[in-house]
Structures are given as structure tokens and as C-alpha cells.
Design a protein around this ligand. Structure first.
Ligand SMILES: [Zn+2]
Length: 264
């Protein structure tokens, strides 16, 4: 396991998903690489990334009890709807996505938004951090930004730049390798670190434009810091909870100080 549990506290894209999901993805990969029509990594497009995310998301939904707590699910979908509406305005290409939002109570999950707008939120995680609505909005906005900014696509593109030989391999092998091949994971660490910083920064501004007060949004990072077992430890692919909280406070203060009105 190249990544420890702590790194999963907020980042929940495919590569940080649970062991069960990893196994599932691996099985799907094996099944699909057996297919002669499997695309090469050189054929990588955002469309391909979204199509794969839709398949994997459907497999994950099959593996979970979904939306069991109606009140929690309504809370999540209501907050997500506001953020999604804003994202559709700010990132027009996402307006055509088949956005989906579901909840689970799986303690191994936290929250994530896969490519194409496929959201899964763990009630266990939200309850463990005792997130208020604005803090939940910050969590969701961070994840939505990963999808809206095409972070999965960009990670694969970076892998192809770093190791051009991947272009001649099936895309599904590359997809597997970014999660499992230690050398490639190390090579992509700086990219992943930058994507986390970007999702934090852009996520706060997305949620702010959607109407949440910046200082309340920053509260999410305070709670994440409080919950972390090693809140001051940054990693090559992940800023420490302290670093993230400090950055969030600074951005929230700047948004407040400048008294910039959230655009309509
Ligand atoms: Zn993240």
C-alpha cells in the first residue's frame, strides 16, 4: 500500500479509493484488456476517462448500500445541487455531464467526485468530522473541482510525458499503474500535490461563489487538521492538514478582506 489511510482523509479520487475498489478496478481492467477493442493510452481523451469513471462508479454503487439515511442523503444532495449548478456555469463543459450523487455509510469511504460528476459521500466520514453544512460544502467543492478541472486526465497526460512508452500500452494498464506501480506513483507525486492544492483553492472559491461564507468553508480544514493522526506531516503527493488549513484561512481572509462580492 503506497498510500496510508491518512492521505485518504479528503482526497478520494479513484487512486485513493478503498482496497475493495482497487480490487474491483483491477478485475475490470483484466476483463477489459482481454477485449481487442481496448484503447491504447495514446488514444487518451477526457471522454475516455469519463466513460471509464462511469463504469467504475456503477460497479461501486453495486458494492454499497446506498442512500440508506434519507435525511443525510437529502442534506448532501441539496448542498451538492447548489455547487453543481455553480460548476455548470463556471465550467460549461460540465453542464452536459450526467451528474450523480449518492451516499453510503462505508467507513472506508470519505467523499469523492469521479470524472464526469459521479459523487459518493460517506455518512460515517461526515459524522466523524462533525461537519456543518458549509464544511460539507467545502468537502464537496474540493471533490467537484477534481472532476471539473479534469485532474484524472491531466494525471494520465503527465504520466505519458514522463514515460512516453506508455503510449503504446493499453489505456487500462496505465490506469492501473497510476494506482499500483510504485515508480510511476513516485513520478506523479508532485502532480498530485499540485492537484490537491488546486482543488482546495478552487473549491473554496467555487463554494464561495455558490454563496457560502469563506470563513465557514475554512472550518472544514480545521476539523480535518483536528482529526488527523499526523496533522503536520506533508508528503510528496499530499500537503499536510496544517498546510491546507493555513492556506484555507489565508484565502478565506483575503476573500473577506477585499470584500469581494460573490458574483451572481
Ligand atoms: Zn483532493
Amino acid at each position: 500500500m503506497p498510500r496510508k489511510m491518512e492521505t485518504m482523509s479528503t482526497l478520494s479520487r479513484m487512486r485513493q479509493a478503498s482496497n475493495r475498489l482497487r480490487r474491483q478496478a483491477g478485475m475490470l481492467m483484466l476483463a477489459l484488456t482481454a477485449c481487442a477493442a481496448a484503447p491504447q493510452a495514446a488514444e487518451l481523451t477526457q471522454q475516455l476517462v469519463e466513460a471509464r469513471a462511469a463504469r467504475l462508479y456503477a460497479a461501486r454503487l453495486n458494492d454499497h448500500v446506498l442512500d440508506a439515511d434519507a435525511r443525510f442523503t437529502t442534506r448532501v444532495t441539496t448542498i451538492a445541487a447548489t455547487l453543481i449548478a455553480r460548476a455548470k456555469r463556471d465550467y460549461p463543459e460540465t453542464a452536459g455531464w450526467d451528474w450523480e450523487v449518492h451516499t453510503t455509510n462505508d467507513p472506508d469511504q470519505n467523499a469523492d467526485c469521479m470524472a464526469g460528476g459521479k459523487i459518493l459521500v460517506s455518512q460515517a466520514y461526515v459524522q466523524r468530522l462533525e461537519l456543518a453544512d458549509a464544511e460539507l460544502a467545502m468537502l464537496l467543492a474540493h471533490e467537484i473541482e477534481h472532476a471539473a478541472l479534469n485532474h484524472n486526465l491531466k494525471e494520465y497526460q503527465q504520466a505519458l510525458r514522463l514515460e512516453p512508452r506508455w503510449a503504446e500500452r493499453p489505456f487500462l494498464e496505465l490506469e492501473h499503474a497510476v494506482d499500483h506501480a510504485d515508480a510511476l506513483i513516485d513520478q506523479l507525486a508532485a502532480t498530485n500535490y499540485e492537484q490537491e492544492v488546486e482543488a482546495d483553492r478552487e473549491g473554496m472559491q467555487l463554494a464561495w461563489r455558490a454563496g457560502w461564507p469563506p470563513e465557514q468553508l475554512a472550518g472544514y480544514f480545521r476539523k480535518m487538521f483536528r482529526e488527523s493522526a499526523s496533522p503536520r506531516r506533508s508528503k510528496p503527493d499530499y500537503p499536510s492538514p496544517l498546510t491546507r488549513w493555513q492556506a484555507a484561512r489565508a484565502l478565506a481572509a483575503a476573500l473577506q478582506k477585499n470584500q469581494v462580492q460573490a458574483p451572481d
